[in-house]
Design a protein around this ligand. Sequence first.
Ligand code: JEK
Length: 233
Amino acid sequence: MSVDVVTIFPEYLAPLRSSLLGKAIERGQVRVDVHDLRTWTGDPHRTVDDTPYGGGPGMVMLPEPWGRALDAIAPPDGPGQPRLVVPSPAGRRFSQSVAEELAGEPWLLFGCGRYEGIDARVLDYAGQRMVVDEISLGDYVLCGGEVAVLAILEAVARLIPGVLGNALSASEDSFSPAVDGLLEAPAYTKPAVWRGLEVPEVLLSGHHGNIARWRREESVRRTRARRPDLLGD
Ligand code: JEK
């Protein structure tokens, strides 16, 4: 998979090079290029924003630097086009199924907005030749798209075959709680007693039937307490 990210804060994307995705990059499974939007400004101040038409608070990102960035990274007459992913509080909600969709793409181009967002014509322009996907992480307001790109790419990277050490782990997600219906039961490891706190005895029993039943009950209990929406109540 190829990934390009356009941002005015390239250093913010440094974590992409560590951890899971970093190893995938080292192994050549993923290519990631982070581009500074200011590369494509045309004035000495390298301006990327201006006041909104129609009034209102804050600033809006100018279309011209974005147009030049898109044309440079994905030439209009190029052999293929990326899917353009633009984090936005007004996007469709990100989820595991969206991550699965994105993981199947050969080329993703992320556009990180700042201020109040990007001039809407940039997405119309891009939509003339690429699939454009406005995505929201959730119903809260971030200061820009960078954190969303980190979250989206981490969710996507672990779905790429060969990126996770254990090839089964990601596919097991679809049969597992938190993704498909219920929250997961709590997990424990050694020691069996830690600072006076005990691991639930059933987990030490070796009785797989009882363990499975206990985990299901804990899942339902947690889901009812924390995410009743998942139970449909
Ligand atoms: C991309 C700029 C900041 C701040 C105005 C007025 C109510 C806000 C944009 N889940 C997510 N939350 N926020 C983002 C996100 C935020 C961004 C950008 C993504 C680019 N900002 C900003 C205020 C406003 N709005 C009406 C909502 C707009 C995001 C994701 N993904």
